[in-house]
Design a protein around this ligand. Structure first.
Ligand SMILES: Nc1ncnc2c1ncn2[C@@H]1O[C@H](COP(=O)(O)OP(=O)(O)OP(=O)(O)O)[C@@H](O)[C@H]1O
Ligand SMILES: [Mg+2]
Length: 423
């Protein structure tokens, strides 16, 4: 039987259809009006029509029943209308094809109602708004019997959701196909429409909706642009340790607060950020133990200038206390926060960041931001102190430490004493 479906994929859609057939897992991060939902439905129709399994089952999952019914069901009915023998169930939002295959439109509002099903494949649309319990507790087990495929589709909506988590995973995992489509690159939505959207939405929201920026909704992000560009250049990926080079650490020390440690290797001109650790309310022995357990060959530990402050109780500097615990620090010079931020911006483009070990660091660097003062109508100079500050401060230690290495090498060449304080 030869059936023609009234769908001619756009070139980007055609490319995606071809690629996702080769992978069990895919993540498609595409701008608004890309044609995601139409593409998903058509992909399921083809998969359902060609599946050789007994009674194959496929699911399209939207965040709410309303979304599934209002948009996807109309597409499903339209694109299957020429397939003879197709039956529709309007209340259950499903269609049964003549070969015994069934396509169900489900919503993530009530994961319990879809427990116990099996699936040969499923597509999750608008993944950023999906209830996380659905994927882990319902979809993954449903796909396991038949090794079904899972395709996550969506437009970014910040970082605190499943779409961002899986986006990070897909960046580094060769089992995943990852595709990102920005409106400025696809040309699908014409310029007039994009200009109108920008005028209505403002640039932050526009960046999110049309340029697929995960930080689009963080106003005043300091490193957001640089991280987005690392992302585009695939520099946030899997970065294995190169055993030929030592590992260095860069710290932000919190005494009653968070401590952050970045582990990096300097390989030629590039900085490989291979690992990251943060914890709070722990003392030096804990971090000394963490470093020991990591089992890296550590060359230098770079610490912030406050290591040289004297502690009340002991009369010793923190650096001396650390030294007794086996942690030998090089203290990077004190620098105005602005200069430190500038140093980080200069260093970041040379960084390759391991996505598996350094997820919290990347999140923090995207989030670190300045607050907008409505009264003065400018961004405050001092960044907001929140959960992201510690990672960002450790990054400042790294960047100033690197500047010092450069300086140090230069002065060494000219035989002048360095200003490093090494115990
Ligand atoms: N291959 C195609 N050929 C012609 N029109 C298409 C094609 N794919 C999508 N469209 C049209 O483009 C519009 C947007 O499609 P769709 O709803 O699938 O986009 P979307 O990316 O899901 O959008 P949103 O971000 O709003 O959810 C619709 O009018 C749809 O009919
Ligand atoms: Mg859609």
């Amino acid at each position: 039987m030869k059936v023609t479906i009234p769908y001619t994929p756009r070139k980007q859609q055609a490319f995606i259809h071809e690629q996702i057939e080769k992978f069990r897992y895919s993540l498609l991060c595409c701008h608004r009006r890309f044609g995601k939902t139409v593409m998903c439905i058509n992909h399921l129709i083809k998969a359902a029509m060609t599946c050789q399994n007994y009674n194959p089952r496929f699911a399209y999952i939207a965040p709410t029943y309303g979304q599934a019914k209002k948009i996807a069901f109309d597409y499903l009915k339209y694109y299957t209308k020429d397939i003879p023998g197709t039956k529709y169930n309007e209340t259950e939002l499903r269609c049964d094809l003549v070969n015994g295959a069934r396509i169900m439109l489900l919503s993530s509002e009530n994961p319990d109602s879809i427990r116990g099903i099996y699936l040969d494949g499923c597509i999750i649309d608008e993944t950023a708004q999906i209830n996380p319990a659905l994927i882990n507790e319902v979809i993954t087990p449903a796909l396991s019997d038949r090794k079904g495929f899972m395709i996550l589709v969506g437009t970014p909506k910040g970082m605190a959701n499943l779409f961002y988590d899986y986006y990070q995973k897909a960046q580094a995992d060769p089992k995943w196909f990852l595709y990102k489509a920005k409106a400025s690159e696809t040309g699908i939505v014409d310029k007039e429409e994009l200009d109108a959207a920008l005028a209505v939405m403002g640039s932050q929201k526009y960046e999110q909706e049309f340029e697929c920026s995960f930080i689009g909704n963080i106003q005043g992000s300091i490193y957001g642009d640089v991280i987005a560009s690392l992302d585009d250049k695939k520099q946030i990926t899997r970065v294995p340790i190169d055993p030929a080079y030592p590992v260095n650490t860069a710290w932000d020390l919190g005494y009653n607060d968070q401590t952050a440690i970045i582990f990096f290797q300097q390989i030629g001109h590039n900085i490989h950020i291979v690992d990251y650790y943060e914890n709070k309310n722990e003392a030096f022995p804990h971090y000394a133990q963490v470093l020991k357990e990591k089992d890296y060959i550590i060359e230098h530990n770079y610490g912030p200038h406050d290591l040289d402050q004297t502690e009340f109780g002991t009369g010793k500097t923190r650096r001396e206390t650390a030294y007794q615990m086996g942690l030998r620090f090089r203290v990077v010079p004190r620098m105005a926060i602005e200069d430190g931020i500038h140093a980080v911006k200069m260093v970041l483009p040379r960084c390759f960041i391991d996505v598996d070990n350094c997820g919290p660091l990347v999140n923090a660097l995207r989030h670190y931001h300045r607050k907008f003062s409505d009264k003065e109508r400018v961004y405050k100079i001092k960044p907001v102190h929140d959960w992201s500050s510690h990672a960002a401060d450790a990054m400042r230690t790294l960047a100033t430490g690197l500047n010092e290495i450069k300086f140090n090498n230069k002065v060494r060449q000219t035989n002048v004493d360095t200003n490093y304080k090494v115990l």
